[in-house]
Write a protein that binds this ligand. Structure first.
Ligand code: NVA
Length: 367
């Protein structure tokens, strides 16, 4: 009982231990308010739900296993979740949904800050029980590491009061969506604190949190009170008509350098903290693909959903040639990793992982 297992303060320090998700038994869940608001209006996913086809599950697992093996080959400890039965309906006193989502991607559920792993509230009903996939790992870390703090944010009720009814249409149109995003009118209301862990980026003493569909202002305020030694900054990206999860929008690579999605620029007022401290925010390269793969929730901007292994080394999806080229020019060593056929399961290389241990301590990058 003397070993530190859990320690990670930012997105770039040398990675030593990580969780990689699994595609087993992943489902396309039935319609529900927050999920529907995110499915693009022209998506092949509208109106269908059920267990994902087995051949796609097998292929995604092949890629995720390959990524895990690559990381292990570099001396990084890799843990995997234990899938629960995602075909089971989820029922609480407040809602019912006919299936769950899966155990991909862990980044959405688990937020590691120092020696703490915090289970997010989540904002989709189908993801309410998703933390259970990771409980065997949390129990193991609790036993192995006397400093590990296992925390769980208050489970939300997720009644209809949590969602704005004007988002419950598949005919809103892009112009209206952008107008709403600019006005910070998102699908979730301020009924109760809501956040997904993938809306949070860690910069040592500072946490940068996207206000959007999956994280509301009360969720950000909850994080602020939960992490009293941190500064918590709310950001939003008005160019994104479907704002969930910050990691295909804003990607820190190392101290002083962040990639920003050129279609979702951080507003000037919110750039000041970075610019004042000499950080560069550069436009990410264009994605290599014109459309996402079949049955995928995410945009083509998973191109910038990269996993930084240390401040000089980054894993980029192997077909994202422009992103790899840009990383090279930015002085990063690039490790290409095939993952595109797993995108449909909830995201790219950053999404499908959750930090357990990175070297380094809590630094103040924005004094
Ligand atoms: N908002 C994101 C999700 C990224 C993981 C997208 O571009 O689809």
């Amino acid at each position: 009982m003397t070993k530190t297992i859990v320690n990670s303060w930012n997105e770039w320090d040398p990675l030593r231990h990580v969780i990689v998700g699994r595609a087993d038994d992943c489902h396309i869940p039935p319609a529900e308010p927050a999920l529907d608001a995110k499915v693009p209006e022209d998506s092949d996913m509208r109106g269908q739900w059920g267990r994902r086809p087995q051949d796609t599950i097998d292929r995604a697992n092949e890629l995720l296993d390959g990524f895990a093996a690559l990381l292990e080959g570099r001396g990084i400890r890799v843990d995997r979740p234990t899938p629960i039965d995602h075909a089971q309906p989820a029922t609480t006193p407040d809602f019912h949904t006919d299936s769950q989502f899966g155990c991909m991607p862990p980044r959405d559920v688990l937020l590691t800050v120092g020696s703490e792993i915090l289970e997010a509230t989540m904002s989709y009903r189908c993801r309410w029980f998703e933390y259970l996939n990771y409980r065997p790992l949390m129990q193991r870390y609790f036993e192995e590491d006397p400093r590990f703090r296992h925390e769980s944010a208050p489970k939300p009720r997720l009644t209809d009061a949590d969602y704005h009814p004007d988002y419950l249409s598949d005919k809103i149109g892009n112009a209206k969506r952008l107008e709403w995003a600019a006005a910070k009118h998102f699908v979730t209301t301020e009924e109760e604190p809501l956040f997904d862990a993938a809306d949070v980026l860690r910069f040592g003493r500072d946490l940068v949190v996207q206000h959007g569909f999956t994280t509301n202002l009360k969720g950000i305020e909850w994080l602020r009170r939960h992490f009293p030694d941190h500064r918590v900054h709310a950001v939003n990206f008005p160019g994104d008509p479907y704002p969930i999860h910050i990691d295909a929008t804003f990607t820190p690579l190392r101290p002083g350098l962040i990639l920003n999605n050129p279609q979702r620029r951080l507003p000037d007022a919110q750039r000041q903290m970075f610019e004042r401290n000499g950080w560069d925010i550069v436009d990410a390269a264009q994605p290599a693909h014109n459309s996402p793969p079949p049955l995928c929730y995410s945009s083509t901007w998973l191109s910038m959903n990269v996993l930084v292994l240390d401040p000089k080394t980054v894993c980029v999806e192997a077909s994202e040639v422009y992103q790899m080229e840009q990383m090279d020019k930015l002085g990063m060593n690039v490790i290409p990793v095939a993952l595109r056929d797993a995108y449909a399961f909830g995201g790219g290389l950053h999404c499908c992982t959750a930090d357990v241990y990175r070297e380094g301590q809590c630094e103040d990058y924005f004094p």
